[in-house]
Design a protein around this ligand. Structure first.
Ligand SMILES: C[S@@+](CC[C@H](N)C(=O)[O-])C[C@H]1O[C@@H](n2cnc3c(N)ncnc32)[C@H](O)[C@@H]1O
Length: 233
């Protein structure tokens, strides 16, 4: 049996077509980046260059892979999620998975966040093309501010911004997640230095979550909120 990496869990062909185009672009971009790196292997994990990242990633996808997106969609469907939020929208790949789940659950909202206005504008266009514009609100600016008040509790969260801020944003969002709500985080494998603190925090029961690292894209953390009060440190 051959496994189809291109299979989408989202039944809607219109959404599938948009996601397929975006994933192909993102995969081509990543292939070019890897080729560029090959002559200069870096055996040790390098710290994330937060200063340089804003410029370098201004026009890059760095999106979720298809398997991660499918899992996010399935989890959101299974939770019956109507409210979701993500740190890091980029061109809207993950936003599209979440918006599709909100719609397919009967209607809801994904709140995206993106610091680059030009990326947020493209993400909005992609969501429109997928027929999902009514199920997404992208907040432009620093997520430390734009996500500080979501208005209501959310069912599911994606943490996929720059890794140096992921724990800060998780702590900001944790009180805004409902009991039994899920948090997925990318980049555990790609940025072990920065994500080490994130994983340690979310795997510490005293912070109100229980959690595991899945072998998707070298490390994707999946956590469930099990206690309402947490120490917040
Ligand atoms: C890994 S990408 C997100 C990919 C997206 N989730 C997807 O699947 O297509 C991270 C994004 O976070 C954005 N970002 C970084 N720091 C941010 C901040 N403080 N507030 C909001 N967005 C930020 C970057 O501009 C970048 O587009």
């Amino acid at each position: 049996m051959s496994l189809s990496k291109a299979h989408s869990a989202i039944p809607d062909p219109k959404v599938q077509a948009v996601l397929d185009r975006l994933h192909k672009n993102a995969e081509a971009e990543m292939d070019a980046f890897i080729q560029d790196q090959e002559p200069r292997p870096q055996p040790e994990p390098q710290p994330f260059d937060a200063e340089g990242a804003v410029d370098f990633f201004r026009d890059k996808y760095i999106s979720l892979e298809r398997e991660q997106g499918n899992l996010l969609y399935l989890l959101a469907r299974s939770l019956g999620a109507r409210r979701s939020v993500e740190f890091g929208t980029s061109f809207g790949v993950s936003t599209t998975y979440l918006a599709a789940a909100m719609r397919d659950n009967g209607g809801g909202l994904v709140i995206g966040s993106e610091i680059q206005p030009s990326k947020a504008a493209v993400a909005r266009e992609n969501l429109k093309e997928a027929g999902l514009a009514d199920f997404a609100e992208i907040r432009v600016g620093d997520a430390r501010e734009t996500l500080s008040d979501l208005g209501e509790l959310v069912d599911i969260v994606l943490i996929d911004g720059f890794p140096n801020l992921n724990l800060t944003i998780l702590k900001l969002l944790a009180p805004q997640v409902r009991l039994g709500g899920l948090v997925m985080a990318d980049n555990v494998g790609s940025f072990p230095l920065e994500m080490g603190d994130y994983v340690a925090w979310v795997q510490n029961l005293s912070n109100g979550f229980t959690s595991t690292t899945l072998p998707l894209r070298g490390g994707t953390e999946l956590s469930i909120k099990i206690v309402d009060s947490f120490n917040g440190n």
